[in-house]
Design a protein around this ligand. Structure first.
Ligand code: P5A
Length: 435
């Protein structure tokens, strides 16, 4: 992408309304624009990151056996009356009326909607287990929307729902999601710590939050001092019993919200206090919704069985902010490669020098042809402006092309994270970006 053709409205000034670093950097890097309190438009750079995160979340869901569907954002109030949550949800729910005066709502979550699909389509225990996911916008009229996309009113969530014949099966589904979440967050370059949690308005008796450590996080957590060294179950066989690994893992390393959590085996001397951002939350709630809404199947002995359910959420739009909180420096964002909007930036430091323009154009074209995502700063600006833009938007690599290097067939390859610089030929730079 040539920057002259792109839409990257960056700013130098710190926006006054932004209290935390990720919000400041997202506004300054031209990733999002606020349309109304807690409601954001996503500009090209921000949208690209959002889509990359979504793609990784989806891949890990598919690997764990979940099937993609898409449910609507608008739901009828009557469905929520069946579960009893229409009144429970309170002022967080955005309630609307259609032209026929029917009560509708903008979905804050989809347990009711998915249970409705299930009860209308699945009849027999032979069709179980099933796990359905979607990635869809939600609306929660938060009392205090803040921190940009981190606590929005409209936000993008990956939510999925498991249906099993019995509790044992439901726990298996829960465990598979537990592991899928660890893998998802690891691929996003994050260390996310599971923490036993309250179930709140979703309900149920088993639940874990996944917390990314960040000073600006809204929750206080205690976690094992060796947590950072843990390998989050990178290779996993989903057909195996995951319970022993999860038990061992949660007993020894998972975070708690109180220093002396009864469920934790962690020696209090090994606990570190920190703050964190909740990027995911999983729930097992048994037959809460299937009982209330009549989601039953015919069992093996011709009996009628209410299905055992769980729901699992990842804050996809919140993750954009959480990743920046976890990965930035005083110059700007430092994207992990897996979600970076482009892999490499190309800077021509002398836009008025024909040889430099030609060298930069050529390298950019070769990157395009090789399928390397490159952002080419071909503007007439000063080199300093181009450097600060690249540092601000945080691409993992950038390549600078100047008159001295062009004479000797050399470019400078810079690693955004370490600041390490090497002089290599353009061919070598290209090779490294492909590799
Ligand atoms: C699980 C999936 C649920 O809603 N029902 C379906 C369950 N869980 S949750 O914890 O309430 O939300 C799941 C994740 O969504 C993100 N999230 C938010 N992100 C941005 N702004 C918000 N206001 C917001 N509220 C929740 C969090 O990452 C949460 O873990």
């Amino acid at each position: 992408m040539r920057l002259s053709n792109y839409f990257l409205p960056t700013t130098k000034e710190n926006p006054a309304e932004a209290e935390i670093v990720s919000h400041r950097l997202m506004l300054r890097a031209g990733m999002v624009r606020q349309l109304s309190a807690g409601i954001y438009s996503w500009l090209p750079l921000g949208f690209k990151v959002l889509q990359k995160i979504e793609a990784i979340v989806r891949e890990e869901q598919e690997k764990a056996g979940a099937l993609a569907i898409l449910m609507p954002t608008i739901q009828p109030a009557d469905l929520w009356r069946e579960s009893g949550r229409y009144d429970d949800y309170g002022a967080e729910m955005l309630r609307i009326k259609d032209r026929k005066d029917r009560e509708m709502l903008y979905g804050p979550t989809n347990e009711e909607a998915v249970t409705d699909i299930f009860r209308g389509t699945v009849r027999s225990y032979k069709d179980l287990p099933k796990n359905l996911y979607h990635v869809q916008w939600k609306f929660r009229d938060e009392v205090r929307p803040r921190f940009g996309v981190m606590r929005g009113r409209e936000f993008l969530m990956k939510d999925n729902y498991s249906f099993d014949l019995d509790k044992e099966g439901a726990i298996r589904s829960y465990n598979a999601m537990f592991v899928a979440y660890l893998r998802t967050f690891a691929r996003l370059g994050l260390k996310a710590i599971p923490m036993a949690a309250d179930t709140g308005p979703i309900g149920g008796d088993l639940s874990h939050e996944f917390i990314v450590l960040a000073e600006t996080g809204e929750s206080e957590v205690y976690y094992h001092k060796d947590f950072e060294a843990l390998d989050p179950m990178i290779d996993v066989d989903y057909t195996k019993d995951l319970q022993p690994t999860i038990d061992q893992w949660t007993a020894n390393y998972a975070a708690t919200d109180e220093k002396h959590d009864a469920n934790s085996d962690i020696d209090s001397a090994d606990l570190i206090t920190g703050r964190g951002i909740e990027v995911g939350h999983i729930f097992y709630f048994g037959t809460k919704y299937s009982d209330a809404m009549g989601a039953t199947v015919q069992g093996p002995n011709d009996d009628t069985i209410a299905v055992e359910m769980g729901s699992y959420g990842i804050g996809v739009s919140r993750l954009v902010g959480a990743i920046i909180e976890a990965s930035h420096d005083d110059k700007g964002i430092v994207w992990p490669e897996s979600v970076a909007p482009f892999k490499v930036g190309i800077i021509n430091i002398r836009a008025d020098d024909d040889a430099c323009v030609e060298a930069a154009d050529t390298l950019y074209k070769q990157m395009e042809e090789a399928g390397v995502e490159a952002l080419y700063d071909d503007r007439a600006d000063r080199a300093g402006v181009k450097f600060s833009t690249m540092e601000l938007i945080g691409l993992p690599w950038f390549i600078t092309i100047g008159p001295r290097g062009v004479k000797n067939n050399l470019v400078e390859l810079v690693n955004r994270k370490t600041g390490e610089k090497v002089e290599v030929s353009p061919e070598e730079a290209l090779k490294r970006m492909i590799g």
